[in-house]
Write a protein that binds this ligand. Structure first.
Ligand SMILES: [Zn+2]
Ligand SMILES: [Zn+2]
Length: 254
C-alpha cells in the first residue's frame, strides 16, 4: 500500500486515481441498492453499500457495562467475562449487538467478499471511547491460510476505514499471527483463552505506542486478550480494543 505522505503525486497518486476509476466503474456496473435490504440507496448517502435505515436498526451496546471488557453489567457486580484474561488488555468497546442485519453485514464483509461494507461498520464505531487522537490502530491478523482463502483480512478493512475517517494511523505490520488456531466456535471461554495463548507476536516498532486493536466481532475477548499480551510483551505503552459487533453469549460465564 502506498503511504499517505506522498498521496499527491508519483506512484501513490497514480494508484489513487486507479482506485477512484475502478470504484467509478463498480458504481456504474452495480445498481445503487442496499446490500442488506436491497432498497435503493439515496444519492445523498453517496457510496454507502448499506442504507441509513438498515444502519439505524443496529442495536448499540449501551452502559452500564464492565469498565474493562465493555460487557453489560449491573453496577456493583463483579464481571466474570474478563476476570481470567491475562494482564495487558485495558479496555474493550463494541458498537452494536451481533443481531439481525448487523449479523448480515458482518457475514457479507467476511464471507461474501463485500469488503467495502467495512465503511458502514467503521461509521458505527466512531463513537467508541478508545478511539482518541494519537492512537495506533492495529487490526487483528488472520492466519495465513484463512487470509489466502478470503483474499483479505476483514479487520484490516475495518481498521483502514476507521483510520481514514478519524485521521488515525493504521499499523497492520505490528502484530502477526505466529500460529494458526483451530476455530473457536464450540469452545468455552476458558478453552478459548488456552486455544489462542501465544498465537500472536508483536514487533519492536510497537514500543511506547498506545495501541487500539480492531476486530469485527467480540465473543469472549480471548483473541483480543492474546493479541494484547503480545503487544505489551513487545513494549506497547497501553492496549485497548474496539469491535464492530458483540455476540450475545449462550454460555454461562462461570
Ligand atoms: Zn438497507
Ligand atoms: Zn469485564
Amino acid at each position: 500500500m502506498p503511504s499517505c505522505a506522498d498521496a499527491g503525486g508519483g506512484a501513490a497518486g497514480r494508484w489513487a486515481s486507479l482506485v477512484a476509476a475502478l470504484e467509478g466503474v463498480e458504481r456504474w456496473l452495480l445498481p445503487p441498492s442496499c446490500l442488506l435490504c436491497e432498497a435503493p440507496v439515496p444519492v445523498r448517502e453517496g457510496d454507502a453499500l448499506i442504507c441509513g435505515l438498515c444502519r439505524s436498526r443496529w442495536a448499540p451496546v449501551a452502559p452500564p457495562w464492565c469498565d474493562r471488557c465493555g460487557q453489560p453489567l449491573a453496577a456493583g457486580l463483579e464481571c466474570r467475562l474478563c476476570a481470567a484474561w491475562p494482564a495487558g488488555l485495558a479496555r474493550v468497546r463494541s458498537a452494536v449487538w451481533l443481531r439481525d442485519s448487523a449479523r448480515d453485514a458482518v457475514h457479507r464483509l467476511k464471507y461474501e467478499g463485500w469488503w467495502r461494507a467495512a465503511d458502514a461498520l467503521a461509521e458505527a464505531m466512531r463513537v467508541l471511547e478508545p478511539l482518541t487522537d494519537g492512537v495506533s490502530l492495529i487490526p487483528v491478523p488472520l492466519g495465513a491460510r484463512r487470509q489466502r482463502r478470503r483474499g483479505y483480512n476483514q479487520s484490516e478493512r475495518i481498521a483502514a476505514a476507521l483510520g481514514r475517517r478519524m485521521g488515525l494511523e493504521v499499523r497492520p505490520g505490528m502484530l502477526s499471527r505466529s500460529r494458526e488456531t483451530p476455530t473457536q466456535t464450540a469452545l468455552t471461554p476458558e478453552a478459548r483463552l488456552a486455544n489462542v495463548a501465544g498465537a500472536f507476536t508483536g514487533t519492536p516498532g510497537v514500543a511506547g505506542r498506545i495501541c487500539v486493536l480492531v476486530d469485527d466481532v467480540f465473543t469472549t475477548g480471548a483473541t483480543l486478550a492474546a493479541a494484547a499480551a503480545a503487544l505489551v510483551d513487545a513494549g506497547a505503552a497501553r492496549v485497548e480494543a474496539v469491535t464492530f459487533a458483540r455476540a450475545e453469549l449462550p454460555v454461562r460465564l462461570t
